[in-house]
Each structure stands twice: as C-alpha cells, then as structure tokens.
Design a protein around this ligand. Sequence first.
Ligand code: HEM
Length: 534
Amino acid sequence: MIPEIIIGILCIIGYFYIKLRRQWNFWKDHNVPFPPPEFPFGSSPVFCWNSFKQKINMNDMARNQAIALGFPKFYGNYVFGAPNMVVCDPEMAKQIMVKDFDHFVDRQGEDFTKLLAGGHFVDKLWANQMTSLPGDRWKNTRATFTPVFTAGKLKGMIKFIYEVTNDLVKSVGEEAKSGKTFELKEKFGKFSMDTIATCAFGVNAKSFQDNDSTFAMNARAVFRNSRADMMRIIMALIPGGKTVMNIFDTPINKKDVTMFFYDIIKGTIEHRVKTKTRRNDLVDLMIDAMKAEIPIEQDKEEDGQFDKDAKLNHKVVHKQVDEITMVATALVILVAGYDTTAQTMAVTSYFLAKNEDIQEKLYQEIMECVGEMENESGHPDYNQIQSLPYLDMVLHETLRLNPVLGLITRACTKDYIIPGTDILLKKGNEVHINAMAIHANPDIYPDPEKYDPERFTKEAKSNRHPYAFLGFGQGPRNCIGMRFALLEAKLGLFAVLRKYKFVATPETVDKFTLDPGAFLSAPKEPLLVKVVER
Ligand code: HEM
C-alpha cells in the first residue's frame, strides 16, 4: 500500500511538471494522427500508463497503435507531454537514421540524459555506456570501439565461443537423454551469459555447471526491476528528486550489482597488465582500442549497404585508458548482448520446433557443411559458418516476426522540419522508429504473422526497401554487436541442430504473448520443447 501511495504522490508532482511542458494539441493542430493520450504520461508506449501498470508489452502496444491507425507513414505521440514522432515507413526511417543523422545523433532527449546521469559513481558507469551517451562523447566511444567488433577481430575470438558451445551441446544432450521438456530461454540464457562472460569479462561464469553461480545471479539481477528500482527512477525524474538522492548517497541504478561487475573488469585489467598475459578477447581488444592500437581493417564482409550506412565520420580524440569507459563498455555488452542474443536463439528454436519442414531444410544445410568441415575443433570455422544462407535467413525471420527491440529511439539534436511537411520538431523531442509496425505491415511482408524464412532470400530482399528490416537498427547508431551476436547464435544453433532435433509437445504454447513487464519483446510464457537425438 505504501509504495502505491508514494507512486501516487510522485505522479501528481509529475503531472504538474508535465502540465508545464505539455503541448497536447501539437499533433491535432498539424492534422497528424495520434492514439488517444492517456493520463498522465501521454500515449507513448514507452511511458504510457498501461505499460506501466504492466498490462501490455510496450512493443505490442506500438504495433497495435500502427495497425489501429492504418500504418500511416508516421503518427504522433507524447512523451511526458512533449511531442514525439513515431515512424512506420522504411524510407522515412532511412531519412532519420542516416540521411539526416546529424539531427538525430542521440538516443534520448537531453533532459532525460541529464536526469539519469546523476552524480553518483554508479550512475556515471551507466551514463557512460554507448547506448545512452550523447553527441561527441558517443561519437568518441563508438569510433574507439568499432574496430573491436570487425569480422577480423571476431575470428580471433571464435575459440572462446566454441568452448561454451561444447557446454551447450552437452547440456542439450542431457535433456535428450531425460526425454523431458525443457525451457529454451533458460538454456540459451546460460549460453549467452557464458559467452559474454568469457569474451567480455575474461571469466568463466559456469552457468551450465551452476545455475546460481555468482556471475549468473548478478547478471540476472541487472535485468530484474523491483518496485524500489522503479521508484528510484521516478524519484530522479521529478524536480528536486535527484538532489534528495544525492544527499542520501543513493544512485539511480543498482549499486551492489554494478559494483560487482566493476570489480570483475577492474580485476581482470589489473591482472592482465601485471602478468602481461593476453587472450585476444574483448577485454584485450578494448584495452588496445582505448590506446588506439587497433589498426582499422576493412573486411570484404563489411562493404555492404548496412555497413556503408553505418559509417561515422569522426576523428577520435584519444586519451589514456579510462577505467569508467572500459567498465561501462563491458557492462553495455552484457546489457545489450545477453538477453537479446539468448532470446533470439530461444525464439528461433521454438519456431523450428513448430515448423518441422523449416528445421529439416536447415538440418540439410548444416549437414552439407559438416561434410566439408576439416576443422579439428569439430566446429565450423568463421568462413564456413558465415556461408550458410538458410541459417542466416532463419535468424532474420525470427527477428522480423519478433524484433527484440520493437521501438528504436532517436532524439532531435537540432531542430528539424519533418520532410514534406511544415512541422517543426524541436531539439530534445524524440522520434521512435516503429520496427514492430514496419515488420508487421502486410504491404511489406504479406501474411506477416507467418514464420517464413523465404522472405530473406537474396531476391526477396532486393525487392524490398532495405530499411524494411530493422532487427539490428540502421545507420551510424545501429547495433555495434550485430556480427558478434550472429556469430554466437549461428555457432550455438549449428552445434545443437547437427546432433539433435527440436520437437514441439503438448506443453509447447501455440502462440506466445509478450511479457508486459519487459522493455524487450520477450515471450511471457515458458518456451517448452523436447529434443531427440538424430
Ligand atoms: C540478436 C542479438 C541482438 C539484437 C537483436 C540487437 C539489436 C539491437 C538494436 C535494435 C539496437 C538499436 C540500434 C539502433 O538504434 O539503430 C542495438 C544497439 C546496440 N547493441 Fe545490439 N543487439 C543484439 C546483440 C548485441 C550484442 C551481442 C552486443 C554486444 C556485443 C550489442 C551491443 C549493442 C550496443 C552497444 C548498442 C548501442 C549502439 C550505439 O548506441 O552506438 N548488441 N542492438
């Protein structure tokens, strides 16, 4: 009861704050469609009352809004009373994400960035993450760490992923022996966690051996938001709230969990420097990148349109290794890479279990590759795993039907006139690219509810707008970890599917719904399947 009263009081204060800023006739005055605003946060799925009350996942809400409005090119919304534009058209998405990128460098408005930055050391670690950094500070960090994620560097890290893949296959083998159903999100969660732990933190998280290993428990805690966590965020957002928090030395973000990861990465760096050991993992590469010691190499794989659009023309101002940036970057790999990759693998396996013909076609492709493999490790090498078109198509179709991040945000960094209109978006206003809606538009993807990897043949792709797929975002602020994620997912699925077949059982849900409490489009129901040995 007491938390509800406090939330109620905070909402009233918030309401008056919004009243000062609100421009609720903005879209109406410009004849732009908008969903009905909801007290007190406006109709934006990110901040709407329904989402907050945990009734509907915000990504679902974004898709429903677009469907209800008939998939307009764009529609209007309000974030805390300020207008924000929601884009449902691939060409307009390209305009925002690439052509007019200098107006949309940031991911969130200046006010929000400042509010969440905080003065506490813990908050500094979060505010320095690439996902939330603004302007030139983001450009510096992004340009510094881009060479870490090139194909050439990933090749050097593949051996660590092989090791975790062996644990995954062993664990799936035990499920096959038991003959019982098991939960896919949990299984691939362990795989994703251990991959990130070994590559980005230089430690063995041992998730497969011990579900409650300290690393796993802390990593899971990053993603779980209690009422107290939500209240600290709300407190920081109301005027004067942060001052009170500073007086009580209370950070906005979770203190113990953040410091756990801080200690790990700090310890790993100190150990490497002291013992002069090198693993060529992400930790070493990040240290090199901070010292500007990674030569920029252009791989053939990286000259496609996606990479061309991602080019960032920025000269990095180098400084000595900065502990905060290093820890923040290791943390962002965990935050942005753990759940996203685990969920993509789990949902793909679920769809394979539900679609036997697709799984069989993929199995044939995998077995052809196995026939050509000479690698002593028993795994495909980098080039072999990248040359499996159907595996790639399957993963893309999973992310089309269920994009992990259904709303991709940008904030206006300079006033902007929406092309073809006289509508002025002011600096600080947000734009949401509704990937959920673009992926569900029947004019772009006929029969959009159907899981069909054939939508991603070379020919099918060439007949569509390139921005009709936004699973990894687009432009200079796209997903920096895309190659890493795809490599990890492909190696893991390859190794499992080669030996085992996913089978749907009466316990497998017909259709999953999305978790209303999650920011990502995460399945709410357990994804239960069986595996049988081939
Ligand atoms: C299948 C797995 C993944 C999916 C679907 C995914 C998707 C995305 C999307 C949609 C964005 C926003 C892009 C935009 O705003 O245009 C993003 C950003 C980002 N992702 Fe991923 N991601 C995945 C895995 C990873 C991994 C493994 C890492 C780290 C190794 C990572 C690191 C990041 C970072 C740092 C950003 C922010 C980039 C910036 O602001 O410059 N992601 N991701």
